[in-house]
Design a protein around this ligand. Structure first.
Ligand SMILES: *Cc1c(COP(=O)(O)O)cnc(C)c1O
Length: 438
């Protein structure tokens, strides 16, 4: 049983589980150690605070609370009403909007509810070409969004001589919308490193009579802190996850400023799509939203962007190409083929994981390789920044990435980097862990 946790609460919780179920406890402990000893560069992941973590493990999981505050289908919801209202109020304060639904179990569920509120089955909507950085809930063929609705897509700019190469092609957005007259225009992405101009999107939506849905799943924490422009007042509906840059529990959130639309959203989510809300997760959302309202979160968010830019600059220095030439937010897409035509995202992900650097392979625009192979890597700074890594560590990480990939998976090289990664990780315990005492 690994015992080198820096967090006495986690140790106590593990002891408690171990007494009843050693098998499960062992697996949780192994995962805790994996997280402690590796560098997490997956752009959609983060390390939550102990307060968020333990709110998720609270007794609120025991309760059914179908319905909304003050209008439940079960007795005993007095405190659940207050918890959910607290989460709603904090979400509204963070994002500056009038209505918030904190019940979506995930970002995809939030999108499903937004689609259901704004569209009828068979209606057309416009979104980014999925392989250019969109999300599967934005019209993938075998996702609800592609099965029940009709997606049309706009691309990124392909002209490599343009200073806007690989950024959103707003002229194409307008053309696609004028041609297909979608009922909804969708912006917000999973692998897009640049600022989204929500006002421009709204102008196009207005011109063709569409609703604007902004899915800020990735950038919500940056929006909360003012490090990325807000989708309000431009978007009719805003959806997000709560577990990426926003650093809360895994979950979703839907917001808007229009009372009629908010009623449709609420009805679409429950009873339309979900049953009982995950009240322990909603409590953890309230805790995370409270954290996001503090000045420290704005500092965190500023560091996230500075760290991503430091990593992108350092990788560029090692001869890697970053799509669109860099990043304005927390993530970047590395085009491996520019450095080595034979290097695939799948190989890079595997070798780096063996060295303790966790990334995900990701298609680049016009990637000739299939999604399970790819020619790119997506890297992000939210998790490492939560751990306290700064720009110097980002430069060091870029050096290790260069070493591992240049070695083409050489075992001795990987073992050496693995050791160095472990030593660095030992200096940066998980968030809050060092300050927790029992
Ligand atoms: C991550 C993501 C989602 C979905 O989140 P889940 O919680 O995994 O369902 C939706 N939209 C975008 C743009 C995302 O990046």
């Amino acid at each position: 049983m690994p015992t080198d946790s820096h967090d006495p609460i986690t140790d106590a919780v593990l002891d408690l589980i171990r007494a009843q179920d050693p098998e499960s406890a062992e697996l949780i402990a192994l995962e805790r150690d994996r997280q402690e000893h590796t560098i997490e560069l997956i752009a959609s992941e983060n390390h939550v605070s102990p307060a968020v973590m333990y709110a998720m493990g609270s007794c609120l999981t025991n309760k059914y609370a179908e319905g909304y505050p003050g209008r439940r289908y079960y007795g005993g919801c007095e405190f659940h009403d207050q918890v959910e209202t607290l989460a709603q109020e904090r979400a509204k304060q963070i994002f500056g909007c009038s209505f918030a639904n904190v019940q979506p179990h995930s970002g995809a569920q939030a999108n499903a509810a937004a689609f259901m509120a704004l569209l009828e089955p068979g209606d057309t909507f416009a979104s980014l070409v999925l392989s250019d950085g969109g999300h599967l809930s934005h019209g993938m063929k075998i996702n609800f969004s592609g099965i029940f609705y009709k997606p049309v897509h706009y691309p990124l700019i392909r002209d490599s001589s343009s200073s806007d190469f690989e950024t959103i092609d707003y002229d194409a957005v307008r053309e696609v919308c004028l041609e297909h007259k979608p009922k909804m225009l969708l912006c917000g992405y999973s692998a897009y490193p640049r600022v989204i101009d929500f006002a421009k999107f709204r102008a196009i939506a207005d011109e063709c009579g569409a609703y604007l849905l902004a899915d800020i799943a990735h950038i919500a924490g940056l929006v909360a802190a003012g490090t990325h422009p807000s989708p309000f007042p431009h978007a009719h509906v805003v959806t997000t996850t709560t577990h990426k840059t926003l650093r809360g529990p895994r979950g979703g959130l839907i917001m808007c400023n229009d009372e009629e639309i908010s009623k449709k959203v609420n009805r679409s989510l429950f009873p339309g799509l979900q049953g009982g809300p995950l009240m322990h997760i909603i409590a953890a959302k309230a805790v995370a939203f409270g954290e996001a309202l503090k000045p420290e979160f704005a500092e965190y968010s500023t560091k996230v962007v500075a760290n991503a830019q430091a990593l992108a600059t350092a990788l560029t220095g090692h001869g890697f190409r970053i799509t669109s030439g860099g990043t304005d937010n927390h993530l970047m897409l590395v085009d491996l083929s520019a450095r080595d035509a034979d290097l695939t995202g799948a190989d890079a992900e595997g070798w780096l994981e063996a060295a303790g650097i966790i990334t995900n392979k990701n298609g680049i625009p016009d990637d000739p390789r299939p999604p399970r192979v790819t020619s790119g890597l997506r890297l992000g700074s939210p998790a490492t920044t939560s751990r306290g890594f700064g720009e110097a560590e980002m430069v060091q990480i870029a050096q290790w990435i260069d070493t591992v990939l240049a070695s083409k998976g050489d075992e001795a090289t990987i073992a050496k980097v693995r050791n160095d990664v472990k030593s660095l990780c030992a200096k940066f315990p998980m968030p809050g862990a060092a300050t927790v005492s029992c």
